[in-house]
Ligand binder design. Structure first.
Ligand code: SAH
Ligand code: SF4
Ligand code: F3S
Length: 476
């Protein structure tokens, strides 16, 4: 234990330590509010994947607890950018928007700007901020998100940008305040980090080694979510199929799904992401036999060429991937399968690309996220001298996009006219008299309805398929 200046005892266990600093930050905030005669606002902007979205819920929870008021826009007293660095355009987007924030800050001397998340784990980014963005008040990384309250307290002592980036932290801190973005669905981390080191990917460097949460903590969180109104949970991890392997009492992901399926009141369970190398027969069985696990599997292919897959360090080949798709379709006939594909990986030949197109045509994905390869410094693929010229990448990307879209439309057409359960998620962004929801297979449906349907699962007739989404009618 450590004593603070006025001899208070600072706890050295978590979450007590953060709760202590939340109180300290609250005292400081109250002083500031008195001085200014108004309340102070905050805004958290999230870039990147569901893991970041979940981290942002934790950041918001702490800020609310301190007493900041959430603001709809970035013209607030405290703005946090939770960043992503998986591809280069993610970085560019952040730096573009920081310029706008500096404009707000010039007009509001009270404004604080914090940057956190994956980009901040990169040394070159920290140098760039130090050199060119002195108006940033604090920077922290992916390993100390849970320490926001403490870092805010400490950053006040710094005249320049306060930088708190750690190389690693194995701790998993539970039970801190958080804000759920939606009342009816919740993201639940089941593991952090990644051990796979796919040759192109920066995630293992910025998120550290794989750590699984104990099943009891995961299930407790799902139960709490359900008690506060959630009907759907999304279990999150970079490779959920390797969940639980390193726990003191190892548990498989399929068994975790079986436990989650039994939680009283849960209606839909989703998960992301499944790495093909570890997708077991038992997992397919667990999904097929479960009552609430959605029949949707996101199974990133990355490339259809076995040669490229081996260079990518993916540990499966074209045949293994196609046999997995076949097994899923045989055991869960109505499963939708989505994927991620990278084009223009270093050394990719036209023949390699044709192999990818071949898998796309054979597997017939319901949907696919397609990416142009992006060079990430520090990864093995970035060192390759065989980078593919931009115009070749663009041409392949267009051809791939066309193919996945045509197939996606054909697949979506198959459900036209049928009646399916839809979880209503929000008011339609383009029509205030309509709502938008999702099928079990993750497709989007628009239908007439009002906000009291939000969070409910109702049967809907899919009247018309419009490419990737449906126009439907509630069946009463
Ligand atoms: N853990 C997940 C993927 C997380 S990153 C998995 O292994 O499937 C999400 C997607 O971003 C990846 O599936 C990949 O298609 C894409 N991606 C990652 N690094 C990339 C890079 N350097 N260039 C282009 N796309 C990349
Ligand atoms: Fe990146 Fe591969 Fe890990 Fe996915 S499994 S996060 S692609 S290294
Ligand atoms: Fe981006 Fe980090 Fe997720 S790099 S994709 S936000 S794990």
């Amino acid at each position: 234990m450590v004593r603070s200046e006025n001899r208070e005892i600072i706890p050295d266990t978590e979450p007590e330590r953060q709760l202590f600093f939340i109180n300290k930050d609250r005292e400081i905030l109250l002083e500031k509010e008195k001085e200014l005669g108004r309340q102070l606002t905050y805004h958290v902007t999230t870039f990147g994947c569901q893991m970041n979205a979940r981290d942002s819920e934790k950041l918001r929870g702490v800020l609310n607890e301190i007493g900041y008021i959430p603001s709809e826009d970035e013209n607030a007293d405290l703005v946090i950018y939770n960043t992503c660095t998986v591809r280069e355009n993610a970085d560019n987007r952040v730096f573009g928007r920081i310029g706008v924030l500096s404009g707000y800050k010039k007009k509001n001397p009270e404004m604080k700007i914090y940057l956190c998340g994956c980009m901040m784990q990169e040394k070159r980014i920290i140098e760039k901020i130090r050199k060119s963005y002195p108006f940033i008040d604090m920077v922290f990384g992916t390993f100390n998100v849970y320490r926001l309250a403490e870092l805010m307290y400490m950053s006040r002592q710094s005249d320049s940008t306060a930088i708190f980036v750690e190389e690693s932290d194995d701790r998993i801190v539970e039970d801190l305040p958080e804000v759920q973005t939606y009342s009816f669905k919740a993201g639940v981390n089941i593991m952090y980090g990644c051990n796979n080191f796919c040759s192109y990917c920066i995630v293992p460097y910025v998120r550290g080694r794989e750590r699984s949460r104990k099943p009891i903590d995961v299930i407790r969180e799902i139960e709490r979510d359900v008690q506060s109104g959630a009907v759907e949970v999304m279990l999150l991890g970079q490779n959920v199929n390797s969940y639980g392997k390193t726990l003191d009492e190892p548990v498989s992901f399929s068994d975790l799904l079986r436990m989650a399926d039994k939680v009283d009141g849960i209606k839909r369970i989703r998960f992301m992401t499944s790495h093909p190398k570890d997708l077991s027969d038992d997992l397919i069985k667990a999904i097929a036999e479960s009552e609430h696990v959605c029949h949707h599997i996101h199974l990133p292919l990355q490339s259809g060429s076995s040669r490229i897959l081996s260079d990518m360090n993916r540990h499966y080949d074209k045949e293994k991937y196609l046999s997995l798709v076949e097994k899923i379709r045989k055991n869960i006939p109505d499963a939708s399968i989505s994927t991620d594909i990278i084009v223009g990986y270093p050394g990719e030949t036209e023949e390699d690309f044709e192999e990818t197109m071949d898998v796309v045509r054979t597997a017939r994905f319901d949907s696919a996220f397609t990416f142009e390869y992006s060079k990430r410094s520090g990864t093995r693929a970035a060192l390759s001298e065989n980078q593919i010229p931009a115009e070749v990448v663009k041409d392949r990307f267009q051809r791939l996009l066309q193919e996945v879209q045509t197939i996606g439309r054909e697949k979506a057409m198959e459900l036209e006219g049928s009646v399916k359960d839809v979880l209503i998620e929000e008011i339609d962004r383009e029509d205030p008299f309509s709502v938008t929801g999702r099928l079990d297979n993750n497709s989007v449906v628009h239908l007439k309805g009002s906000k009291d349907l939000i969070g409910k699962i109702i049967p809907v007739r899919l009247d018309e398929c419009r490419g990737f989404y449906y126009m439907g009618t509630a069946v009463v």
